[in-house]
Design a protein around this ligand. Structure first.
Ligand code: BGC
Length: 376
């Protein structure tokens, strides 16, 4: 660590770092004590700007690191794996002291992480676990299995079968209800946690006939959506409607793992002649993206799962700063996130279900969105 910092002090002898250096932080402090405020470079790799949540994440991480005196190299790879690999390589070459990475494909970074390890650069997996590498130091995320359960609970709530915490409602309608299932991208470890969490709730109801999947597509491989792409989901939903619901039956609910996918599903339903109101299905989501919050307000989407990107950023930033100060980052899970090589120590935050009724208390009162943004 000391050698790296000395090297960094040399590399960093530019105007940018002068103020920090004159403050006495960067030059030759002990191995552990000079992480905060020394103006060191931290690389932040995000998957894509095409989804709003990653923009919020990137901005929050950058802002919070800069507040602590770090310099941030924030890069987006537009969901292109080689681009992300070369961005991370570039961060290492530029002398990054730590890397915070939200991977596009959790299995493709092994080589570049070997390079990071060789340069003694700690790596924090941001929200998505990086798989198949020894060189992932910590993982900052949400309780992703719970996210999936919450998505399923929100669907059941919309159907009148359960409370939002999953408790069964007495005297609930017997059904059967037609449901179709969507999952995320199979190269994202989270997709499995979300789907497994959701199926933990839904499978018993499919087994007892309360829920019916007319397409019969219930395996994650069948219902996955490459790169979480909304248009891919839209065309799969169109195919499902044509193949299974042309006989006058209707789909009553759609399990969707992400707001962008939900919007694709909504387009397919609208194109097929469904309209909001009687006969419009219950649709879940995730990320509280502004267009989907509006859609919840208008009744197109039933719920989303809010994961406060500001809090996640704070966890990742604290981890990076602790590591640079030679301290151990705080974790609250050392069991669940096995990346294929080791269990990565994790800090998991709690996700929150948002439905029309609590948009204001959860999203507006916390300052995540303004009422104007939601109404606009
Ligand atoms: C994240 C979700 C997000 C999805 C698509 C997942 O890894 O955990 O919040 O909806 O990627 O971007």
């Amino acid at each position: 660590m000391k050698a790296k910092k000395t090297l960094l002090a040399v590399v960093a002898a530019g105007a940018l770092f002068l103020s920090a250096c004159s403050g006495g932080g960067a030059s030759g402090g002990d191995a552990g004590g000079d992480g905060g405020g020394d103006g060191g470079l931290i690389g932040v790799a995000m998957p894509t700007k095409s989804s709003e949540r990653w923009i919020q994440d990137g901005n929050a991480v950058k802002e919070q690191l800069e507040e602590q005196g770090y310099t941030v190299d924030l890069q987006y790879a537009e969901d292109d794996i080689p681009t992300q690999v070369s961005q991370v390589e570039n961060m290492i070459t530029k002398g990054a002291e730590a890397l915070i990475i939200a991977a596009i494909d959790g299995t493709t970074l092994s080589q570049v992480l070997d390079d990071a390890a060789a340069a003694d650069i700690p790596v924090i997996a941001y929200d998505r676990l990086i798989r198949d590498s020894e060189n992932v130091n910590y993982y900052a995320s949400f309780d992703n299995f719970l996210v999936g359960q919450q998505q399923a609970w929100s669907v059941l709530n919309g159907l009148g079968l359960a409370e939002l915490d999953g408790t069964a409602i007495e005297g609930a309608p017997a059904g059967p209800f037609n449901i179709e299932l969507f999952a995320g991208s199979l190269d994202d470890n989270n997709a499995f946690f979300f789907f497994n969490g959701a199926m933990d709730v839904l499978q018993p109801l499919i087994d007892d006939g309360t829920l019916v999947v007319k397409s019969d597509q219930t395996d994650i491989e069948q219902v996955a959506t490459l790169r979480w792409d909304g248009e891919t989901a839209q065309s799969r939903m169109e195919d499902i409607l044509t193949a299974n619901y042309s006989d006058g039956t209707t789909v009553n609910a759609v399990l969707s793992p992400y707001d962008g996918i939900s919007r694709g599903i909504i387009s397919a339903l609208t194109d097929a002649g469904y309209s909001v109101g009687e006969g419009w299905p219950v649709i879940s989501g995730q990320d509280a993206e502004i267009d989907s919050v509006k859609a919840i307000n208008s009744g197109e989407q039933f719920a989303t799962i809010f994961k406060d990107t500001r809090e996640l950023a704070a966890v990742a930033v604290d981890m990076a700063v602790a590591l640079l100060n030679g301290e151990e980052p705080e974790v609250n899970n050392t069991e669940d996130y096995d990346n294929g090589v080791k269990v990565v120590p994790s800090f998991l935050l709690d996700p929150v279900i948002v439905v029309k009724d609590n948009i204001t208390s959860v999203l507006v009162d916390s300052g995540y969105w303004t009422q104007e943004e939601i109404d606009g």
